[in-house]
Design a protein around this ligand. Structure first.
Ligand SMILES: C[S@@+](CC[C@H](N)C(=O)[O-])C[C@H]1O[C@@H](n2cnc3c(N)ncnc32)[C@H](O)[C@@H]1O
Length: 199
């Protein structure tokens, strides 16, 4: 595991400040795919595909959308805080609607709009906290699924195990699986992949 990678050092140093987050990803958008796929061996986007009308929440440059498209999905929307990342995602021809959105505030999306919501690489240091899962549950239809990666650095630190249990207690979701998986193969990081059924 390496915090010697200056790109990861910069991203993991974010503290949730939206302007700084926008700035970091604005600068990274053009090089992001090369840096993460080739440089870091980022494998998380390929691990979360499911058969559904999908929202890719925090889609970034669209790596997960590309994986879904390979599997035959044709009805995928994406949103992200960063306009520049969305512009790169648009070039992938994997998405229907792409929109700017902040996952830490209520989303301008009607209840029950999606069969599934995925979010890859977003529940991580200084990005989005577990509370955002409530909104993902709201926009997913009953019986639909949420599939998210949670970076190992924040899994315990940001209280995901307790938060997920609390969501179950509130009757929002049923935790179908939580499984550890590789995240950045070349950096040694791992994540938890959480699969939640929306109730
Ligand atoms: C590490 S990238 C992951 C992008 C993509 N899902 C992937 O796997 O490559 C993190 C993304 O989260 C977005 N992000 C950070 N904070 C956000 C927020 N509050 N709301 C929406 N997106 C956010 C960033 O703009 C960035 O595109």
């Amino acid at each position: 595991m390496s915090e010697n990678n200056p790109l990861l050092r910069r991203v993991y140093a974010l503290d949730g400040d939206k302007e700084e987050t926008r700035r970091v990803y604005a600068e990274w958008a053009e090089q992001y795919d090369r840096d993460t796929l080739d440089g870091m061996g980022y494998v998380a986007p390929g691990l979360v595909a499911r058969d559904a009308k999908v929202l890719d929440a925090g889609c970034g440059t669209g790596l997960a959308g590309v994986e879904l498209k390979k599997l035959g999905f044709t009805n995928i929307d994406g949103n992200d805080l960063s306009r520049e990342m969305l512009e790169v995602a648009g070039e992938k021809n994997a998405y229907g609607q792409l929109s700017e959105a902040d996952l830490t505030v209520p989303l301008e999306i009607a209840d029950d709009s999606y069969d599934a919501v995925i979010s890859v690489g977003v529940f991580t240091s200084g990005h989005v906290k577990p509370k955002a899962l409530d909104e993902l549950a709201r926009v997913t239809r009953k019986g639909g699924q949420i599939v998210v990666t949670v970076h190992e650095k924040v899994w315990e630190a940001d209280g995901y195990p307790d938060y997920l249990e609390d969501m179950e207690m509130r009757g929002l979701v049923n935790i179908q699986a939580v499984k550890e998986a590789p995240y950045h193969r070349n950096e040694g990081y791992r994540c938890q992949i959480c699969i939640l059924e929306v109730l």
